[in-house]
Design a protein around this ligand. Structure first.
Ligand SMILES: O=C(O)COP(=O)(O)O
Ligand SMILES: [Mg+2]
Length: 224
């Protein structure tokens, strides 16, 4: 029996150029267990990814700020506080770093993302003043509620899929996957993962990015 999966997107389903590896479009629709996409990205991104991969929309977005399974959507976290941090950060002369369109925050509801080329110190200070934290995913700084994590999202999605969280195999690349690794029964960090993810994972893979993730899926299928 192939196990249910909880997969991170950036750094895990993607190739080094940040594109999603097209092999998942062939592999995941026929995976005979639930597949949950768990990401720090704004909600529309993973929903669209599942739609175009023709995979059921089981999504943990915004690091657990929004959780979707079937028709059920739950929103958590203090988006208002995160937006106040962003306003004060910009008022202090800094920039969120995404340019005039800033789609990543326009579609984000429960946290704020800041580009990694922006100053981190002042952002962390402002976040702490508002009871929030900053998580570095290797792709962006996320200003978020400390109590919201992907792992908590997995605990809420699993029963909706008639599964225990421990049945899931988790694959990820950064500190925002550590909580998922703690909840899933089996966890893998791709070779490009940050130190926190590598320390938290059961296994650190030799291969990076989607190559690493696909090697795990191949192995899981051979077990079935
Ligand atoms: O949005 C990010 O910064 C990272 O996204 P991820 O959690 O899918 O790696
Ligand atoms: Mg990632």
């Amino acid at each position: 029996m192939t196990p249910p999966l909880v997969l991170d997107i950036d750094g895990t389903m993607t190739r080094p150029d940040d594109s999603v590896d097209p092999r998942f479009f062939d592999l995941l629709p026929s995976w005979d267990a639930p597949v949950v996409v768990a990401t720090g990205k704004a909600f529309p991104y993973p929903v669209a990814l599942c739609h175009f991969m023709y995979v059921e929309q089981n999504v943990i977005a915004e690091n657990g700020g929004i959780v979707l399974s079937g028709e059920e959507v739950t929103r958590n976290g203090d988006g208002e506080a995160a937006r106040r941090v962003a306003e004060e950060y910009v008022a202090a002369g800094y920039d969120l770093g995404w340019g005039p369109t800033d789609l990543t925050n326009r579609w984000r509801e429960t946290e704020v993302a800041v580009a990694r080329d922006q100053p981190l110190g002042p952002l962390e200070e402002l976040a702490a003043e508002h009871g929030l934290e900053v998580v570095d995913t290797g792709f962006a700084y996320h200003v978020k509620s400390p109590s919201i994590e992907k792992g908590i999202g997995l605990k809420s999605v699993a029963p909706l899929l008639d599964r225990d969280p421990e049945e899931f195999v988790a694959i990820g690349d950064s500190e925002n996957d550590v909580s998922t690794f703690g909840v899933a029964g089996e966890s893998y960090a791709v070779a490009n993962a940050d130190e926190k993810a590598k320390r938290a994972a059961d296994v650190v893979l030799d291969e990076s990015y989607s190559e690493g993730t696909l090697s795990v899926l191949d192995e899981l299928r051979s077990r079935a």
